[in-house]
Ligand binder design. Structure first.
Ligand SMILES: Cc1cc2nc3c(=O)[nH]c(=O)nc-3n(C[C@H](O)[C@H](O)[C@H](O)COP(=O)(O)OP(=O)(O)OC[C@H]3O[C@@H](n4cnc5c(N)ncnc54)[C@H](O)[C@@H]3O)c2cc1C
Length: 351
């Protein structure tokens, strides 16, 4: 680490972490972005489908290198042989190369001045004291202590940071999807469509998906369900069965698993000098489990909250993503010792 103290320490360089780091660095804060993996974005545990270029470009620079293909329609196979096909006359979303996408976003954060450290696993957080939190980090067998005025937990679906900060982040099994995905070297007959199977013939509380990636010439095929009942086929068997049925003899290049928080709202996303973003805050679309766009939006919201006012009270003053009242905010700012204009000049001088 280049310093012992930062304005903001971001845990995890997935889309939410890199967006927070990029946006707050751009706003002038000194940001440390810690990623436990040796290489950002790898392994990819994602179907890699997200919204259209136009929507992505509202928040970030879209680089064609990480766009695999566009999709213009959806095919839904339901129960009893029912099929619904939707064709749009425009791009309704894109398939990403998630490894390149995550790496590009991390590079955008670094280009704005964030310091990225890989192999850097955050292991615990202290309570806020004297206006900072102390963060414990392990990197290449060494232990570090870094202090930061604000810590943002972007550590994904298996996040521990919220719990360290005293938030109730537990994901109950019936509210969490478990998913297995195969990367299959195959061509799908509907290369510009996302295809889903859902219903009692296949899978009830989840779906099976086929998402073609044209540049790479592969198909992401997977299945995810709210914790399957005892005796039900597990997600690996189901994904394999569909793979053999749809693409007999095709080579399966990778198999990944993960969980998707589809539990809806947590009571609190923030604590003193701490906020959660992305999957760590359970911010996925509960219908689809898609979380890339939500992660990016979270990164943008964090920037707006923190940088519009230069305010460290925002994390205390906002609840469930709602905007705090002016009074609530200024009380929180006083308590958080921030420098924003909501505080009186006298109290500001001591921040
Ligand atoms: C099988 C599967 C398929 C999916 N398909 C789609 C899809 O098609 N479309 C879609 O929109 N969403 C999909 N999702 C969900 C999507 O992947 C997530 O919503 C998205 O990655 C959330 O981004 P994030 O930045 O919040 O978390 P992540 O992308 O999970 O990033 C968290 C980062 O934090 C790091 N980290 C964790 N703990 C620590 C620590 N202690 N210290 C330092 N670093 C740490 C991790 O290594 C990781 O890099 C899928 C998920 C799964 C499991």
């Amino acid at each position: 680490m280049k310093a012992a103290h930062y304005d903001v320490l971001v845990i995890g360089a997935g889309p939410s972490g890199s967006m927070v780091a990029r946006n707050l660095s751009r706003a002038g804060y000194q940001v440390l972005l810690c990623e436990k993996r040796p290489v950002v974005g790898i392994p990819v545990r994602c179907g890699e489908a997200t919204g259209p270029r136009k929507r992505l470009s509202d928040f970030m620079t879209v680089n064609e290198d990480f766009i695999e293909s566009a999709f213009t329609g959806v095919i839904m196979h339901g129960a009893g042989g029912t099929t619904i096909r939707y064709d749009a006359d425009k791009e309704i979303g894109v398939m990403l190369d998630r490894a390149l996408f995550d790496q590009d976003l991390a590079r955008q954060a670094v280009a704005e001045g964030a310091e990225l450290q890989v192999n850097a696993r955050v292991t615990s957080l202290s309570p806020a004291e004297n206006g900072v939190r102390t963060v414990h980090i392990e990197q290449d067998g060494e232990a570090f202590e870094i202090s930061a005025k604000m810590v943002v937990g972007c550590d994904g679906a298996e996040s521990l940071s919220g719990r360290w900060a005293g938030l109730k982040t537990r994901q109950l099994p019936p509210l969490t999807c478990s998913a297995i995905e195969l990367r299959v070297r195959a061509q799908d007959p509907n290369p510009n469509h996302l295809t889903f199977w859902q219903g009692h013939d296949t899978i009830n509380k989840g779906y099976i998906w086929v998402f073609p990636k044209l540049k790479s010439g592969v198909v992401n095929l997977g299945s995810g369900e709210l914790v399957p009942k005892m005796g039900a086929q597990n997600m690996y068997q189901l994904s394999m069965e569909y793979c053999h049925k749809l693409y007999p003899g095709a080579v399966i290049e990778e198999v990944h698993g993960g969980c998707v928080p589809v539990s809806g709202h947590m009571a609190e996303y923030t604590a003193e000098r701490f906020a959660l973003c992305g999957d760590a805050a359970h911010h996925t679309n509960p219908l689809t489990g898609g979380g890339i766009m939500a992660a990016i939006l979270c990164g943008e919201t964090a920037r707006r909250r923190a940088s519009a006012t230069g305010c460290w009270g925002w994390a205390r003053a906002t609840r469930n993503g709602s905007t705090a009242s002016s009074r609530e905010w200024s009380t929180a700012c006083r308590a958080a010792g921030c420098r924003c204009p909501r505080r009186s000049p006298a109290s500001r001088s001591s921040a």
